[in-house]
Design a binder for this molecule. Sequence first.
Ligand code: 8IG
Length: 267
Amino acid sequence: MTTSEPFALAQAAADHIARATGVPSHEIALVLGSGWGAAADLIGEVVATLPADEVPGFSAPAVVGHVGTIRSILTRDGKHALVLGARTHYYEGKGVRAVVHGVRTAAATGCRVLVLTNGCGGLNPDWQPGTPVLIRDHINLTAASPLEGATFVDLTDLYSSRLRDLAREVDPSLGEGVYAQFPGPHYETPAEVQYAKRIGADLIGMSTALEAIAARHTGLEVFGISLVTNLAAGISPTPLSHEEVLEAGRAAGPRISRLLADIVAKI
Ligand code: 8IG
């Protein structure tokens, strides 16, 4: 495969989305991670819902709690938002191209802004499960990159300070932190959590960093927000469970849905 192929596939997906939704171009894209599934409901009026696996390059999601649809939503202020409910994780083993296909598709549909959401483990005990946190920067611990060849992309201010400021106008109580992406799918050992803490991470998860890199490469302005769904291993006295993660998402749902809709309305 040549290095231009992922972009041709993203263009094919964007063409399909334009045809199937009747919306020729979108302005803002959102990727909904664990706990954020219902957040799109308040953003605006659904124009069209496409099963992800009918769009070129997408496949059905592997994880319970992730919605396998691509939606076109008309926001309260008249913007066309593309909501990607189907994230491909690095741990699925489909390759980094598959991981960032949604992001490249969003760019090909015309989007200028990308909102990345996720559920994650928290290292700061002040952030109890259910707390949304702005992503200020990331540490990519996957040892992979979505970029191929001599593609040198500057990642200073990868997570737009303009958009973080705007989010704090909506909710001044929002904290911000550094997100570390581990490859997963296992959670970390307590020793790995201490390592992440010492190198400067506040949040740990299995997504977002690779997507943000691909987004910056295509020129998208990136906004990242995590929902702390559990304290990371060893920070909390109790073992981690996927059930706990889902429950924290359900409990925080209404608040973070409102928050995200209010942020999107301001973008
Ligand atoms: I939700 O504690 C969620 N995703 N790596 N660690 C990692 N990913 C996560 C965690 C966590 N919680």
